[in-house]
Design a protein around this ligand. Structure first.
Ligand code: HEM
Length: 400
């Protein structure tokens, strides 16, 4: 079914086709093999899908720049820090941010995270069914992230509306003009919110990440108001979307693969490997955009300077040249250098936090609900770009 999204003759891929977002694997495996430099329908941007090419591009920001300017309008009026800035400046920002996202720093939230997971599961357990995105995948990581950052958890719906207004504006993804308009509108609200919060934390510091940003020194000076805004803008998008998407992708896969699912309940020690292999298999952030600083000729395709290029990390993670039996999910893989968190200077800042949230989510879910399935007769709905299972109805036996 999914092969329809890819036109091998024209070398074009429709990344927003519902059949592709729901079941992309056959299409991506075909792209990697037959068309390593395809083009995205609607934008006509080249898309690289081989592991070797994508990894090379990610390691060479001097050629594949993240400074997309107006080319990728996400409602922001300046580049988001550090994602849309190239080294060496990006590296300087990472130095002050990395210290807040170490394993040790994020592990502090584990007990509260676990308790929250148990409460969310307890709320649906007896019903014998739930819509997984709204019941678990959204509230679990979003509450954790808001607390981590020092934002009011009771305003979660407002933050989610702001994040969705940028990542999934309420218009057809191919209607770029309308999407840009909606993103700009939301962007203004995000800036206004954080302007106010910077004032609050300057007046009354707390023990939180917002206060850290207000007080931290970068090479002997405080961050400017604009720099803090540009970091917060990115954190809101990075922290509130990707883990939700990952949890949904994982549970959707496990719901259909009972034998592999049972391993989680029988051997909780395997969950770390499960998280990594499902990150490879589902790679929920599918495309990373870059703009060429110089012309590039790759696999017989010429790409001009100034051209936007998409790096399809989700396809690269299925490349048999890097992953033996790439088309199979294998929790016992020896080496798993997946690209789900990117690679090179922009590698995900929040990867330790993300891994913790996904691991705890899977452990707690399977402890209380080890057996579940997608509700018969229902078809899940998945968003493009960042693959969130926005509608994932589940049922489990023995209660309802
Ligand atoms: C499973 C969940 C997550 C996935 C799959 C994911 C994926 C990614 C990827 C692929 C990149 C590289 C982007 C690029 O090269 O252009 C990235 C960067 C980033 N991520 Fe994550 N992410 C996740 C969770 C988080 C969380 C929880 C945060 C918390 C704030 C976060 C913050 C960031 C930031 C700030 C960057 C930019 C780093 C830089 O440019 O130096 N991410 N993420």
């Amino acid at each position: 079914m999914s092969v329809d999204a890819f036109d091998a003759e024209a070398g074009t891929i429709n990344v927003v086709a519902p059949e592709f977002t729901l079941r992309p694997h056959a299409t991506m495996l075909e792209m990697v093999e037959r068309c390593p430099v395809a083009r995205i329908q609607y934008t006509d941007w080249p898309v690289l899908s081989r592991y070797e090419d994508v990894a090379w591009a990610l390691r060479h920001p001097e050629i594949f720049s993240s400074d997309l300017g107006e080319l990728l309008a996400l409602g922001n009026v300046r580049p988001m820090i550090p994602q849309q800035i190239d080294p060496p400046l990006q590296t300087r920002y990472r130095k002050i941010l990395d210290s807040q996202f170490t394993k040790k720093a994020v592990n502090r939230i584990e007990p509260a995270l676990r308790e929250h997971a148990r409460n969310l599961i307890a709320a649906v357990l007896d019903a014998g069914e739930c819509e997984f995105d709204s019941a678990f995948a959204i509230p679990l990581p979003c509450k954790a992230f808001l607390e981590f950052m020092g934002l009011p958890v009771e305003e979660m719906d407002h933050f989610l509306a702001l994040k969705n207004g940028v990542i999934r504006p309420d218009a057809h993804p191919a209607d770029l003009a309308r999407c840009t308009e909606l993103r700009a509108e939301t962007g203004r609200q995000i800036y206004a919110y954080f302007e106010d919060l910077i004032d609050q934390r300057t007046r009354a510091p707390r023990e939180d990440l917002m206060t850290y940003l207000v007080q931290v020194e970068l090479e002997g000076r405080r961050l400017s108001r604009e720099e803090i805004l540009d970091i917060c803008y990115l954190f809101l998008l990075g922290g509130l979307d990707t883990v939700t998407a990952t949890l949904g992708c994982n549970i959707a896969y496990l719901a259909e693969n009972a034998e592999q699912r049972r391993r989680i309940s029988q051997d909780s020690g395997c969950v770390e490997a499960v998280v990594e292999e499902l990150l490879r298999w589902q790679t929920p952030v599918t495309l990373l955009p870059r703009v060429l600083k110089q012309p590039v000729d790759l696999r017989g395709v010429h790409m001009a300077a100034g051209q936007v290029v998409n790096l399809m990390i989700s396809a690269a993670d299925l490349d048999a040249a890097e992953f033996p039996r790439a088309g199979e999910v294998d929790f016992d893989r020896d080496r798993n250098r997946h690209l789900a968190f990117g690679l090179g200077p922009h590698r995900c800042l929040g990867s330790h936090l993300a891994r913790l949230e996904v691991r705890v989510g899977l452990e707690e879910w399977h402890r209380l609900i080890p057996d579940y399935a997608i509700k018969p007769g229902e078809i899940p709905r998945v968003s493009p770009g960042i693959r969130e299972f926005q509608y994932l109805p589940l049922v489990w036996p023995g209660v309802a």
